[in-house]
Design a protein around this ligand. Structure first.
Ligand SMILES: *[C@@H]1O[C@H](CO)[C@@H](O)[C@H](O)[C@H]1NC(C)=O
Ligand SMILES: *[C@@H]1O[C@H](CO)[C@@H](O)[C@H](O)[C@H]1NC(C)=O
Ligand SMILES: *[C@@H]1O[C@H](CO)[C@@H](O)[C@H](O)[C@H]1NC(C)=O
Ligand SMILES: *[C@@H]1O[C@H](CO)[C@@H](O)[C@H](O)[C@H]1NC(C)=O
Ligand SMILES: *[C@@H]1O[C@H](CO)[C@@H](O)[C@H](O)[C@H]1NC(C)=O
Ligand SMILES: *[C@@H]1O[C@H](CO)[C@@H](O)[C@H](O)[C@H]1NC(C)=O
Length: 398
């Protein structure tokens, strides 16, 4: 079910770190970006299936009786991966960065599954992992081993024989069969005193071509060079099912007339979603305002050049501050149109239909269409999410 993503990380990115950085300073992990579109796949459908799976799964993972189709994270259209070295001598895995599920299995069903190394400790536990992406719970042998992610090296990280948990917030973490929680990478690094802040900074940029590999995780702090101005924080939402993930409340309006799209709605920030799906009723209002038509080939809303000229910004009110998603940010990068089966000169919108009405505690997913324009901070220690503008917030590269 899980195929390994083989991407080679640019080592040049690693050496960009300051050699004078304090031992407990923020630890940078470069990410690689990959477009992962199988012929005939519609991004909007993939995102919709994922949102449905996340909604149904809640904190305990999906159950077969939920009728939720398993959605492997490798089906995600845009994938960001981080290289992970496990054990000694190190085995290399490409971790798929998925904050919607802290249980990311690496090496499962691949030619190179994890095998115990000289630094492995057999905990003799059986590991059980459930996530929105597995129909059934997965069981495996549990080991502790050294895990290195970019500048961060964590001894005694608990892993499954094919399992690896990046860690977002509680609720989606793996547990051992005996019910003990597995410490995620972030939790474990924090508990071991390797980080000075209990948080992750996340940076992406709008891609300018299909091989544009950009993206960076910062464990234990933020990277000041990746954002402008202040970071505005908002508490994690307590509304389920969004509360099982990186959930927040936000209000969205359209244009200078401030037409309401979503009002104080709960939803999530998600690195496993490509577009910006919103509840079906909100989507209908947005479609009306933009005059867009649903393009059957790509599954995305499509507008004409004239409609693009008159397209207005979406305003996301989060934590008392307004974040403007410009008209250029609302369109799929045109250099990637043909990658999704679209016309080279077509204009497709990244705001898509979540496939469920609002009012169900999962009314939006701020996926890459949003995260490529704003810096995000997952502040586990203070149970809050931070957002800031970046040099790419107003980019017109799409
Ligand atoms: C495995 O690592 C965890 C910390 O992640 C620690 O609590 C546990 O004692 C370790 N188990 C063994 C058998 O060393
Ligand atoms: C780890 O412990 C389990 C449970 O005792 C055992 O079945 C397994 O063979 C051990 N693995 C290794 C590599 O020794
Ligand atoms: C893709 O975009 C990146 C970032 O802008 C740039 O560095 C790279 O040269 C581009 N590659 C191609 C093949 O155009
Ligand atoms: C968050 O949104 C949900 C759903 O609209 C609402 O019930 C809840 O009161 C909101 N929470 C806050 C703190 O406004
Ligand atoms: C769309 O616009 C039409 C015409 O202005 C209006 O009658 C209809 O109620 C609108 N639908 C939505 C969902 O806003
Ligand atoms: C983006 O442009 C808007 C005007 O459309 C401006 O108000 C805002 O300050 C700009 N943001 C950034 C981060 O440059």
């Amino acid at each position: 079910m899980f195929t390994q993503v083989s991407l080679v990380l640019s080592l040049a990115l690693l050496s960009a770190a300051s050699p004078l950085a304090p031992r407990k300073g923020p630890k940078t992990v470069p990410l690689a970006r990959k477009l992962n579109i199988a012929a005939g796949t519609k991004i909007a459908d993939v995102d919709q299936a994922r949102a449905k799976a996340l909604s149904k799964a809640g904190a305990d993972g999906p159950k077969a009786e939920d009728g939720v189709s398993p959605v492997s994270v490798t089906n995600t259209v845009v994938i960001y991966t981080a290289e992970v070295l496990v054990g000694s001598p190190p085995q290399t895995f490409n971790l798929i960065v998925d904050t919607g599920s802290s249980n990311t299995w690496v090496g499962a069903n691949t030619a190179n599954p994890y095998v115990p190394t000289s630094t492995s400790v057999n905990t003799t536990n059986i590991i059980v992992c459930s996530s929105a992406f597995f129909f059934t719970r997965h069981y495996g042998l549990e080991y502790n081993d050294t895990v290195a992610l970019g500048e961060l090296s964590i001894p005694q990280q608990t892993i499954g024989a094919a399992q690896f948990a990046l860690g977002g917030f509680s609720g989606t973490d793996g547990t051992t069969a005996s019910g003990n929680p597995i410490l995620t990478v972030t939790d474990n690094a924090w508990e071991q005193g390797l980080l000075s802040q209990y948080e992750i900074g996340i940076s992406f940029q709008p891609p300018t071509n299909s091989s544009d590999a950009n993206g960076q995780l910062t464990f234990g702090g933020v990277d000041e060079s990746k954002f402008d101005g202040p970071i505005t924080y908002t508490p994690l939402t307590t509304t389920a099912p969004a509360s099982g993930y990186v959930g927040i409340n936000q209000t969205v309006t359209y244009g200078s007339q401030q037409v309401p799209i979503l009002t104080n709605a709960a939803g999530i920030l998600d690195t496993g979603t490509t577009l910006v799906p919103i509840a079906s009723d909100a989507f209908a209002v947005y479609q009306n305002l933009t005059g867009a038509v649903l393009d059957t080939t790509t599954g995305l809303l499509k507008i004409t050049g004239e409609q693009y000229d008159s397209l207005e910004s979406l305003f996301f009110e989060i934590g008392g501050r307004t974040f403007e998603l410009t008209k250029n940010a609302q369109i799929w990068p045109r250099t990637l149109n043909t990658n999704i089966g679209g016309d080279a000169d077509g204009i497709y919108l990244v705001v898509s239909n979540l496939g469920a009405p609002s009012g169900h505690g999962m009314d939006f997913v701020d996926g890459y269409g949003f995260l490529e324009r704003f810096y995000a901070v997952y502040d586990t220690g203070s149970s809050r999410v931070g957002l800031a503008t970046t040099p790419f917030t107003n980019a017109t590269t799409n």
